[in-house]
Ligand binder design. Sequence first.
Ligand code: MF3
Ligand code: CO
Ligand code: CO
Length: 255
Amino acid sequence: MSITLKTPEDIEKMRIVGLLAAEQLRIIVPHIKAGVSTNDLNQICHDYTIDVQQAIPAPLNYHGFPKSICTSVNHQVCHGIPSDKILKDGDIINIDVTVIKDGYHGDTSKMFFVGEPSILAKRLCRTSHECMKLGIDMVKPGIHLGDIGHAIQTHAEGNNFSVVREYCGHGIGKVFHEDPQVLHYGTPGTGIILEPGMIFTIEPMINAGKRQVKSLPDGWTVVTKDRSLSAQWEHTILVTDDGHDVLTKLPDEDI
Ligand code: MF3
Ligand code: CO
Ligand code: CO
């Protein structure tokens, strides 16, 4: 296990690609509505990445993933493959984008509403966003990774939701997924100690029902075993000398 500490030059490039990833989640917003397919959303992000950003969609062909973004709807937890599936009123959808620019990766995802989802769906999306924010708030030199996981787990379970264990946040840089693994559950004071120059994602997957998940026969799409709703948010975070910077946030937006 080895964690790369980023140089000032690395960090400059991670800031640039982080903004590109964030920009994609902004331009896609007006297209998320009942009647569009997840393939339509994939095509828009793909074309924007290539034609406008002159960047590369990292998921495409990553270990054989066939599309440029992940779209995970309702009880889909993560790694949903865009398809001809049509969004309908009341759906919740996670869009997860990862961009490569100049050899560096920026990774971020958000939940979006299609029309008016149920009260439960909206509460799940809000709580999972709070989980991510509470995890991010912890980040500074000297804390343990377990402190982040504990903050997330406590908030999720305190709201009677569950935390997916099989997938976690990850170090990121020239490599898409590198050490450390950032668990979204855990015990304070355990795990590695954060140092300035580390960059990793925090991306909790929170289920309305039980935490257990399974993969579909397509080899990618992860769903809740009990078919309960699931929600996820993700940012790429830099550990600074006195705290953290969220690299995948646009200047005029909140995390
Ligand atoms: N973006 C996802 C993450 O947050 C990984 C997607 S890998 C893919 O780590 F192959 F499914 F695209
Ligand atoms: Co990620
Ligand atoms: Co991601």
